[in-house]
Ligand binder design. Structure first.
Ligand SMILES: Cc1cc2nc3c(=O)[nH]c(=O)nc-3n(C[C@H](O)[C@H](O)[C@H](O)COP(=O)(O)O)c2cc1C
Length: 378
């Protein structure tokens, strides 16, 4: 890998290496991208408070997430089709996260399956669940995650219907890639990507293919998936899931104070204040705009994680200052994966860690617990 000074460098490298349809899939938001842009713009508006002479010689980014020690307040968010950014992408990202001492979350929509990842890593990871109409299949996914010793179940609640992703429609984004002339020409210019994906364990949805009778064929699989998101899901289903899952439960996709209040009473271990990286309700507020009122309403009852727009350690500091206990990153590590596989994800985490550490020094704090409202201006 070339010299990578920031997440944007990784993004530029990923853009060169990953076929357009998959790069755009990661990059984009829904509809007109208003919420996607708001996630970044609102974070950038928060100004950090520069302090001096605070004796910051002994700093540490260590903390805990759900009671488990971590080297910095960060986890890798669930990303569908990670294995299409780089062959075996889920395994490589999980190894990088574990080596860095932070959690990795495997998406329901991953290319490598729960069992593939479990066999390739030596520590438990988190599993993200989408609730499908086929509740028997949902139950089997929960049982498979439990059998694979996943330490937390991240239940995503903001995708009962799918927001329109205009880039994906225009690019004909499918798994595996649809063989349009345009796609073939594009892939031919990305030989390293093609080789890594060809050599990878799987080329389709690993958690689903082969687990549903009659769904071995890729076309019928895609049709099945798109018809499976369940608009009828309600808080009652959450009780059912909590009853099936033996370990920690995290509720992801909450950006409303009323929803946060209900979520805090469910017995879940944490919520993730998240608008799915601006990929669902376009026109929804940025996640950072909704963090303070949610912290105010339920911060004393439940652990609050945050995602949406984090591209630097400064952004992590901003979210912690506004009350998050930890953050998740999505695109920031996906760019690393596309740019350089496991080494790229390792670099993405290192970049954020170093930026957070220097930000702590320059805002005059030595520990994660000290990052609060005092480190931002106003
Ligand atoms: C390419 C891509 C795929 C995603 N797939 C999933 C998924 O399968 N499950 C899920 O809960 N969230 C998914 N998300 C949302 C992320 O988990 C996370 O909430 C979001 O990426 C955070 O915003 P950021 O990318 O600006 O960091 C996806 C996001 C992206 C960018």
């Amino acid at each position: 890998m070339q010299v990578m000074t920031c997440i944007e460098d990784l993004r530029q490298a990923a853009r060169r290496k990953v076929p357009r349809a998959f790069f755009d899939y990661a990059e984009g938001g829904s509809y007109a991208d208003q919420t996607l842009r708001a996630n970044r713009a609102d974070l950038e508006r928060i100004k950090l408070r520069q302090r001096i002479l605070a004796d910051v010689a002994n700093r540490s980014t260590k903390t805990t997430i759900l009671g488990e020690p971590v080297s910095l307040p960060l986890a890798l968010a669930p990303i569908g089709l990670c294995g299409m950014q780089h062959g075996d992408g889920e395994i490589l990202a999980c190894r990088a996260a574990h080596a860095a001492g932070i959690p990795f979350t495997l998406s329901t929509m991953s290319i490598c399956s729960i069992e593939d990842v479990a066999a390739a890593v030596d520590k438990p990871f988190w599993f993200q669940l989408y609730v499908m109409k086929d509740r028997g299949f949902v139950r089997s996914l929960i049982e498979r995650a439990a059998a694979a010793q996943c330490s937390a179940l991240v239940l995503t609640l903001d995708l009962q219907v799918l927001g329109q992703r205009r880039r994906d429609i225009k690019n004909g984004m499918t798994v595996p890639p649809e063989l349009r002339i345009k796609n073939i020409v594009d892939i031919a210019t990305k030989p390293a990507w093609a080789l890594s994906v060809l050599r990878g364990k799987r080329k389709t949805f690993g958690n689903i293919a082969g687990h549903i009778p009659g769904m071995e064929n890729v076309n019928s699989l895609s049709t099945w998936i798109s018809g499976q998101f369940d608009p009828a899901m309600s808080w009652k289903d959450l009780e059912w899931i909590a009853g099936l899952w033996p370990r920690k439960l995290i509720l992801k996709g909450i950006v409303d104070v009323e929803d946060a209040r209900i979520a805090a009473k469910t017995g879940a271990a944490a919520i993730v204040v998240s608008n799915h990286g601006g990929r669902q309700l376009d026109g929804a507020p940025s996640s950072i705009a909704m963090l303070p009122p949610i912290v105010e309403a339920v911060g004393s009852e439940i652990e609050i994680m945050f995602d949406g727009g984090i591209r630097s350690g400064q952004d992590v500091a901003r979210a912690l200052a506004l009350g998050a206990r930890s953050c998740m990153i999505g695109r920031a590590y996906v760019y690393g994966l596309g740019a350089g596989g496991q080494a790229g994800v390792t670099r993405a985490i290192e970049i954020i860690r170093n930026e957070l550490d220097v930000t702590m020094a320059l805002t005059g704090v030595s520990s994660i617990a000290e990052i609060d409202r005092h480190v931002v201006v106003g």
